[in-house]
Every structure is written in structure tokens, then in C-alpha cells.
Design a protein around this ligand. Structure first.
Ligand code: FES
Ligand SMILES: [Fe+2]
Length: 397
């Protein structure tokens, strides 16, 4: 789990003026909309007695914990302790972490970390969302796996022929042509291949009939740090783009909140068929992703054997490692081992650094981050570069 990124966590329409509890990166958060309609996302752990603030109720822009009625402003500050007589001041420590949150691309994004605004990596630029001519369909899919495994499955070209025989995969055409990985930014890369699917069935066949031969289709896979992928399929009759926010719930649970944008069959009548195709593909992937060991994506690139057709996933791993090397990795193992059920820890919010005089005014401890022992190699390579031994493994053998 990695802090200090913007995460797409929920569809915009799912965050309302009813407080909602969300679990993200193993953290309990409360989400609601203030009176102007802006999303508010803060730690759901009341600093008084650990009550769930999300079980409470809104008063204007504020939310009241249901247990003893402490009232919190959207910035996390406690503004009322009802048991105190009038005039008694509220302790400085009476605040919870509140995280920057915005609506974009029909999702709510939250910045889970304490970097000042100027140092934050921006929310990714996702193409096509502004085009009103595209038909959009949304849905969710739950995986009992770590989000990095679910994400990598989403950008993996070579499993298609083997796993998706029930949908489009063609075992007679398993070869993946060599492709270029194009970095769109420091935080995103994409790759395109020609893919020969098996003859289509169902509704699409009517469109395919106009074509004389079963053509290659162009497939593009793109990832954006930390949790978004795009599967772009250029069919003979149009584009289909499947954007996935692979929301990390806990270390072994991911909910993919997907949005399908298509420029053909734009009537509502075709939505059922389109949704069925998406779910069928995820269902086909599911057992193979669940079976993967180790459950967590290895940090060490040499721990799994990569070939050229895996280059787009290797690019993701190298970028992810760069941020783990920067100390952004939350040490989930340490949280479990050291704190268990006896202490709660939270991802620090920007207010902790913005407000030095409040530096010690936080009840909840910060999540521990992963330390890694540095080796001589670390001083001769830039973050994300591969070690020599790792590079050998990625060459086609
Ligand atoms: S636990 Fe929230 S007010 Fe007491
Ligand atoms: Fe798949």
C-alpha cells in the first residue's frame, strides 16, 4: 500500500450528504458532501473513544460523532464537545485527519498523504471523458486480492489467449509481437499490440459481418500510478475503452470501479450486453489472479521471470518501486504485528505538516512506512533502474 498519491476511490454519485464509511488502504474513512456539494473525506476514527464518525449525522458542513456528539468541521477540527460547559476551550489535539478530495472523471479522488500541494503528483490526465458522444456505463467488481495484482492483470497482454477463450482469446494465436512501452509521464505508461481474437459471438457479430475477414484488432493497455488502468480496444466498428480504478480496500481485497466508454451501439438497449462482456472477462481472470503467489507484488524484480511481452507490467513495477524507495510504502505487516487491535494508526494528512505548531497535536499515530536496507547498488543507480541481474531476467530467453 502506497501513501502520498491521489486515489480514485468511489463513483461521484455514491458520495452524498449521507455520511458513508469507506475502507481504503486498510484505513477507515468517512465520506460525505458539504452544503456546496464538495466531497469531504476524513478519518472515521473519533479521537474521543474511537467511535465511527460515519454513523453520525451532518449539521451544515460539519459532522457529529453519534457516541458523545463531538462535532467535526470538514478540515477535521473538533468544533464542539457537548459535555463541556459553555466557555471551556476545546483541546488543540481535538482533530482528526482530513484529506484533500475532488470530483473528476465521475470518480471522487482523495489525496492520502501529507505532502504539501506543490509537491503532490497531479491527478492523471485521462483521455475521452469530456466527449459527450460516448456512451458510458459503470460498474464494480470485487477481487479477493491485493490491488497491485488486480492492476497488473488489467494490463497483461499475454494471458488473453489462455484465459479468455470464453470471450475473445484465441489459443491458436498466443504470440505477442514486440512492442514499445511509451511513458506518458513519470506516472504512466502505455503499449499497443495487434491482437487476433477468435471469431466474435452475440450482438457484435452483426457488425463484424460487414467485414470480409476476421481482422486484427488494436489493443492498448495503459496504467497510471497508483491505481488506474485503461484497456482500449479498437474494433472494426468502433472504440471501446474500459477505465478501471482498482481501489485498494485491504491487502487482500480490491474493488475495481470501472467505466466503459464506447462509440458504437450507444443505446441503452446495448448496455446489458456490454456490462455482461466486462463481467465475463473479470470472472475469467478471477481464479488465476486469486491463485497467484506471493499475494503481494514482489518488490524484487528478479523474484519473478519476465519476458519481453511483460514489459508494460515491468514498467509499472519499476515505477512503483521508485515510490517505495522514497519511503511512501505503508508497512502493513508492522501495523498488524505491532499494533494489532490495540492501537489505531492513520495516514497523516497535509495539516500535520502545514501546521508546525500542531505537530504534536495529533491523537492518532501515523502509519509506519517501509524501511528497506540500502545496498551498495542503491548508490550507483537511480530509483526505478534495474539491477544488472534483474535486467538479464527481462531479456527474452
Ligand atoms: S467516541 Fe465520538 S464523541 Fe465520543
Ligand atoms: Fe484478463
Amino acid at each position: 500500500m502506497i501513501k502520498n498519491f491521489w486515489y480514485a476511490i468511489e463513483f461521484s454519485e455514491e458520495i452524498t450528504s449521507e455520511p458513508k464509511r469507506l475502507t481504503i488502504l486498510g484505513q477507515e474513512l468517512v465520506a460525505y458532501r458539504d452544503t456546496k456539494g464538495n466531497p469531504v473525506i476524513m478519518s472515521d476514527l473519533c479521537i474521543h473513544r474511537g467511535g465511527a464518525i460515519s454513523d453520525g449525522f451532518l449539521e451544515g458542513d460539519c459532522i457529529r460523532c453519534p457516541y458523545h456528539g463531538w462535532k467535526y468541521a470538514p478540515d477535521g477540527e473538533c468544533v464542539e464537545i457537548p459535555a463541556n460547559p459553555p466557555g471551556r476551550s476545546i483541546p488543540k489535539k481535538a482533530r482528526v485527519d482530513s484529506y484533500p478530495a475532488v470530483d473528476k472523471y465521475n470518480w471522487v479522488w482523495v489525496f492520502l498523504g501529507d505532502l504539501p500541494e506543490a509537491e503532490r503528483a497531479p491527478i492523471p490526465e485521462l483521455p475521452h471523458f469530456d466527449n459527450p458522444d460516448l456512451r458510458r456505463l459503470t460498474g464494480i467488481y470485487e477481487w479477493p486480492v491485493h490491488y497491485a495484482r488486480a492492476l497488473e492483470n488489467g494490463i497483461d497482454f499475454s494471458h488473453g489467449a489462455w484465459v479468455h477463450g470464453g470471450a475473445f482469446g484465441n489459443r491458436d494465436e498466443p504470440e505477442i509481437e514486440d512492442y514499445e512501452v511509451n511513458y506518458l509521464s513519470d506516472l504512466s505508461a502505455s503499449a499497443t499490440i495487434h491482437f487476433r481474437p477468435q471469431p466474435v459471438k452475440g450482438l457484435w457479430r452483426r457488425l463484424y459481418k460487414k467485414e470480409k475477414v476476421q481482422p486484427y484488432i488494436l489493443v492498448t493497455n495503459t496504467w497510471w500510478m497508483p491505481n488506474v488502468t485503461l484497456l482500449e480496444v479498437r474494433l472494426p466498428f468502433g472504440f471501446q475503452r474500459l477505465f478501471n480504478a482498482h481501489v485498494p480496500i485491504t491487502e487482500n481485497k480490491t474493488i475495481t470501479k470501472w467505466q466503459l466508454l464506447r462509440d458504437f451501439f450507444k443505446t441503452r438497449f446495448a448496455d446489458r450486453d456490454a456490462a455482461r462482456r466486462v463481467i465475463k472477462i473479470f470472472d475469467e481472470d478471477n481464479p488465476f489472479v486469486v491463485a497467484q503467489r506471493p499475494e503481494l507484488l514482489p518488490y524484487d524484480l528478479a523474484a519473478e521471470l519476465h519476458v519481453k511481452s511483460d514489459a508494460i507490467q515491468v514498467a509499472f513495477r519499476k515505477t512503483r518501486n521508485k515510490y517505495l524507495d522514497m519511503g511512501y510504502g505503508i508497512d502493513m505487516h508492522k501495523i498488524q504485528a505491532d499494533y494489532g487491535n490495540y492501537q489505531t494508526v492513520v495516514i497523516p494528512s497535509p495539516a500535520r505538516r502545514e501546521n508546525p505548531e500542531l505537530a504534536n497535536a495529533w491523537v492518532m499515530k501515523e502509519v509506519p512506512v517501509k524501511g528497506r536496507e540500502l545496498t551498495a547498488d542503491d548508490f550507483t543507480r537511480r530509483p526505478g533502474d534495474m539491477k544488472k541481474s534483474e535486467r538479464r531476467k527481462t531479456e527474452d530467453e
